[in-house]
Design a protein around this ligand. Structure first.
Ligand code: THU
Length: 130
C-alpha cells in the first residue's frame, strides 16, 4: 500500500465534529513499516491533536524513531499543509531531506521536504555547550 493510500484510508477515522475538517497522515518509518494517524478533536479545543502527531506517536510507540517519508491528506481546496507545531514534531524524527507529500482528497498533490517546510528548525545542536 502506498503511503498516500494509507493516509487517505485513516482519514476516514478522524474525529473532527467541530471543524469538520478530517485529516489523515502516514509516515514510513526507517524500519519500512507504515504508521498512520488522524486528527482527534476535543470539545475543549486545545486538547485536540493533529493527524501527523498521531502517526508519529504510533511510530514511536512501535519502537521506531526515524521517519523516511510522510504523506498528509485532507479535503481542502489545496494540498493540506502541516501546521507549525507538526512541522517541528516531524523535524524531531525526520532529516531535512525527508519528502512530505501533501494532498487533497480530489487528487492534487504537492511535494516538499521537511527542511523546506521548516527552515531553521530548532534542534538539539543549539543546546550543546549551554
Ligand atoms: N489538522 C491536522 O490534523 N493536520 C494538519 O496538517 C492541519 C490541521 C487538523 C487539526 C484540526 O483538527 C483540524 O485539522 C482543523 O484545524
Amino acid at each position: 500500500m502506498s503511503l498516500l493510500t494509507a493516509a487517505r484510508a485513516v482519514r476516514e477515522n478522524a474525529h473532527a465534529p467541530y471543524s469538520r475538517f478530517k485529516v489523515g497522515a502516514a509516515v514510513r518509518g526507517a524500519d519500512g513499516a507504515i504508521y498512520v494517524g488522524c486528527n482527534v478533536e476535543n470539545v475543549a479545543a486545545p486538547e485536540g491533536t493533529c493527524a501527523e502527531a498521531g502517526a508519529i506517536a504510533a511510530m514511536v510507540a512501535a519502537g521506531c524513531r526515524e521517519i523516511a517519508e510522510v504523506a498528509v491528506i485532507a479535503d481542502g481546496p489545496a494540498p493540506v499543509s502541516p501546521c507549525g507545531g507538526c512541522r517541528q514534531k516531524l523535524a524531531e524524527f525526520a532529516g531535512p531531506e525527508v519528502r512530505v507529500t501533501m494532498a487533497t482528497v480530489a487528487g492534487e498533490t504537492l511535494e516538499m521536504t521537511v527542511g523546506e517546510l521548516l527552515p531553521g528548525a530548532f534542534s538539539a545542536a543549539q543546546m550543546r555547550g549551554v
